[in-house]
Design a protein around this ligand. Structure first.
Ligand code: MN
Length: 244
């Protein structure tokens, strides 16, 4: 009897393991929002969001983004998103096993899980989009793609700036690749273009945090100046890599 139930347990465990393995690649489909999930919550090894190491020193983006803003943004705001989403995963037994799977099911998540998952991923993406001033670019294939989509690189910056300035309240401006078409848009709060309920869809290539915590110490109410100076610290090589 004991052997039987043990076999049954092992058999169930194996089935569950296979379901996870089969479920995971589904989210890599071109339309992640349509992917069903077979993932199950694993209390022994819950999925965790992780914070990327900051790819520059706090002061490296001066004078465009000041050291204190970077430090508070990274060590307080971003760290809190990571902690809060990981707490929510355990408390709510969230079964998803990848970041994209989270976002493909964003509309089903609690506000705590959704907002903090977005905050965790968006800031990792943001830090990796930035580098010390002096960077050149965009050039090559990325420059051609921006020129073809928006008329010129300057015109692209102007349109992106409008999206960033026009986002009422807190949110993000994005450049995305939507099936080969470059688009500009914005999302509210910590939403991003991977969310199943986002109006803006596509693979993010560049994102700008326009929450007041991202600029208020240095720029106060002058979001437009923050946006203008953001262009001095964009890591174009990284954006080009994302375009592929
Ligand atoms: Mn932020």
């Amino acid at each position: 009897m004991e052997n039987n139930s043990r076999r049954k347990f092992i058999s169930n465990t194996l089935t569950a393991t296979v379901a996870v393995a089969v479920g995971a690649p589904l989210i890599l489909n071109s339309n992640p929002a349509s992917a069903a999930t077979n993932s199950i919550f694993n209390p022994a090894e819950p999925f965790k969001f992780t914070q990327v190491p900051l790819p520059f020193k706090y002061a490296d983006l001066e004078p465009s983004i000041d050291a204190l803003t970077n430090e508070i943004h990274y060590t307080k705001h971003h760290t809190a998103y990571i902690k809060n989403v990981n707490d929510a995963i355990i408390a709510e037994k969230i079964p998803y096993t990848t970041e994209k799977e989270f976002f493909a099911n964003a509309s089903k998540l609690s506000a705590k899980a959704r907002n903090n998952a977005g905050g965790a991923w968006n800031h990792n993406f943001f830090w990796e989009s930035l580098k010390a001033p002096g960077a050149t670019g965009p050039d090559g294939k990325l420059k051609d793609a921006l020129t073809s989509a928006f008329g010129s690189v300057d015109k692209f910056k102007e349109e992106f700036g409008k999206a960033a300035l026009g986002r009422f309240g807190s949110g993000w401006a994005w450049l995305v690749n939507d099936g080969g078409k470059l688009k500009i848009g914005s999302t509210a709060n910590q939403d991003n273009p991977w969310f199943d309920n986002s109006e803006l869809k596509g693979t993010p290539l560049l994102g700008l945090d326009v929450w007041e915590h991202a600029y208020y110490l240095k720029y106060q109410n002058k979001r437009a100046d923050y946006i203008t100076n953001f262009w001095n610290v964009v890591n174009w090589e990284q954006v080009a890599k994302r375009l592929g």
